[in-house]
Design a protein around this ligand. Sequence first.
Ligand code: HEM
Length: 197
Amino acid sequence: MGCAISEMAPENAERTTGTQDAAAHLDQEQIQMIRESWKVIQDDIAKLGIIMFVRLFETHPECKDVFFLFRDVEDLERLRTNRELRAHGLRVMSFIEKSVARLDQLERLEGLAVELGRIHYRYNASPKYYSYVGAEFICAVQPILKEKWTRELEEAWKTLFLYLTTFMNHGYQEEKNRQSHAIDSPKDRPEKRNTAL
Ligand code: HEM
């Protein structure tokens, strides 16, 4: 604990209509800073994924309910060695890795983030929680980067998370609208996944 980062919530995180809010803008200098810092961070992604999510569950316990396989584990210390949490942390961190690698192809990155938001709708993981992940990421990487951590670097990572979560939010809303319109036509309606970890 002990890391006070304000959450980077796009306003009205879970809206039912209007998904056209402007995405955050990363400039070339920020992109370069993120790439450089990632070279240091990347060796610790498995550990970081766990730290981030255990902290997320400490600060926002309601997020744990979304994960069927470990939502009943009360002891957060036990969660640190939980296989499913480790796998989930790695999936999230791999997505961040992929995002850093696509910073010069923002259109593709946008598409990936929108698709991820659609997937999260099926997992019942609401956009109101997405901003917490960026805040926990920043708290978790600071001790790894030590004196390399600067205000500018923090701003750059916040902007990247805001960018990703804005498009995830778009994807979530699109999928939500799509599924609610499919209600009239049950045979076309995809089932909401109920098997999330
Ligand atoms: C920046 C925010 C986040 C990112 C980048 C992210 C990334 C991911 C990725 C890459 C996956 C695997 C998707 C797949 O099945 O192909 C995933 C799955 C999932 N996410 Fe997230 N996620 C974020 C936030 C959250 C939050 C806040 C929650 C819950 C409150 C959540 C709940 C889930 C669940 C339940 C799954 C399915 C289980 C799993 O694959 O481990 N996610 N997420």
